[in-house]
Design a protein around this ligand. Structure first.
Ligand SMILES: *[C@@H]1O[C@H](CO)[C@@H](O)[C@H](O)[C@H]1NC(C)=O
Ligand SMILES: *[C@@H]1O[C@H](CO)[C@@H](O)[C@H](O)[C@H]1NC(C)=O
Ligand SMILES: *[C@@H]1O[C@H](CO)[C@@H](O)[C@H](O)[C@H]1NC(C)=O
Ligand SMILES: *[C@@H]1O[C@H](CO)[C@@H](O)[C@H](O)[C@H]1NC(C)=O
Length: 381
């Protein structure tokens, strides 16, 4: 929520080389994945992904919409291109094993990577909330901190968490991408802005079901820049003394109408959705780290709640859920940059852990430029 874009995107000087590289990359992307890339760009140019599209909340968000209609969980998407999340798979085909469904969580897995962490020495799970059309950012991440070399060096795994789309063509592209990279986890709730809370809860559930070996989980947006070297330097010493690391906000008042000071219409919340006048302290939602022991308690807390969770993802997941859990937060507010205006040394030299929306705010190629500077700074070749 505070990660919202508060200024128009601007083009600031990025090294010419990076722009050239970024341009070449984007040309490549258009060539390789045409419609995907276009859709992604449209989304980037529209609202910030955290913003909800509608102001009215659908009820029963915790119900699985596909459950009653026999959802095809592992259907081959290329079989019937025109079929929309169809309904023909027989109940006998449906597996109830943990591969497809996480106990205590209503949404099924359409694509899973159950062995990603199995039997491995993983310290940090990097759970990136993405969406089926977001292949541009995923491919960038795969070339940077998502690469095998960095994963091994940092004992880290990167997984992209997303919901379902209605387009069978998009689903087929996603399945192909998954077959190639094996880093996609897709649940069967619909991919919408008002379902972002569910997506983050899904990420935490997946962490505790399939990657318990990791001490920490980072939840970050696909457009977040993370200095993983600096982050791990911060995490290791607080392994046993902190439960979460994030840029923490103060208590804030709830937006009731768009005319209210400091309120955007996208953040207006009906008293029926959330009655109190203030939110408890919460994290900037684009990047926060949870220890496994806190994640477990948060999920337990969530399971006790009735009705749909508040759709403001950062408020719900990092504010309301852990409110009474006495979690020990390490506040890194001074190491988080929500609206970067130019590329600064701090982004790569360890002063900053999290930078929001580098590409969108500064320009295409900014992220890979900062990443290469980061590698230089840490002497990694
Ligand atoms: C993770 O798995 C590896 C290999 O099985 C094991 O050596 C390690 O102790 C595990 N780590 C944790 C934190 O469970
Ligand atoms: C969230 O996902 C559920 C399950 O797919 C769907 O029924 C609902 O319409 C979505 N809610 C919103 C607000 O988009
Ligand atoms: C984290 O804490 C556990 C439990 O005390 C310990 O075994 C482990 O070595 C620590 N990991 C790191 C990287 O410090
Ligand atoms: C990073 O660079 C900035 C600007 O040069 C400097 O003020 C800061 O101390 C540096 N931080 C670290 C951790 O080296």
């Amino acid at each position: 929520m505070i990660g919202s874009r508060s200024s128009p995107r601007r083009l600031v000087n990025v090294a010419l080389l990076t722009v050239a590289v970024g341009g070449a990359l984007s040309l490549l992307m258009v060539a390789v994945s045409g419609p995907h890339y276009q859709q992604q760009k449209q989304q980037q140019q529209g609202h910030h992904p955290r913003l909800p599209r509608h102001t009215h909340q659908q009820n029963h968000q915790h119900q699985n919409p596909f459950a009653s209609s026999s959802s095809p969980q592992h259907r081959q998407p290329n079989q019937q291109e025109n079929e929309i999340l169809s309904n023909e798979e027989s109940t006998s085909n449906r597996e109830n094993s943990i591969r497809d469904r996480i106990p205590g969580w209503p949404y099924s897995l359409r694509i899973n990577e159950p062995a990603m962490c199995e039997g491995q020495d993983v310290y940090l799970l990097n759970a990136v909330t993405s969406n089926p059309t977001g292949v541009y950012h995923r491919d960038m991440i795969r070339k940077m901190w998502g690469s095998d070399a960095i994963a091994r060096r940092l004992k880290m795994r990167t997984v992209f968490i997303m919901g379902a789309v209605l387009s069978p063509v998009t689903q087929k592209h996603l399945q192909d991408e998954s077959d190639r990279y094996h880093d996609i986890v897709q649940f069967d709730f619909l991919e919408t802005r008002k379902n972002l809370t569910i997506k983050s809860l899904a990420a935490i559930h997946w962490y505790r079901a399939f990657c318990t070996n990791a001490t920490w989980m980072l939840k970050c947006d696909v457009d977040a820049y993370i200095n993983f070297f600096a982050l791990l330097d911060i995490l290791r010493p607080v392994n046993n003394t902190k439960d979460a690391v994030c840029a923490r906000s103060m208590t804030r008042s709830v937006c009731r109408e768009a005319t209210q000071h400091g309120c955007l219409s996208h953040y207006v919340v009906d008293p029926k959705e959330y009655a109190p006048h203030t939110y408890p302290p919460y994290c900037q939602g684009y990047a926060y780290v949870l220890h496994g022991r806190l994640a477990d308690r948060m999920l337990e807390e969530d399971s006790k709640r009735v009705g749909p969770p508040l759709w403001l993802e950062d408020v719900y997941v990092t504010g309301l859920l852990p409110k009474d859990l006495n979690a020990r937060w390490l506040d890194v507010r001074r190491k988080s940059q929500v609206v970067p205006v130019s590329i600064r040394t701090e982004f790569h030299n360890g002063s900053m852990l999290f930078v929001h929306d580098l590409e969108g705010q500064i320009g295409q190629g900014a992220t890979s430029y900062v990443w290469s500077q980061t590698l230089n700074h840490y002497n990694i070749t």
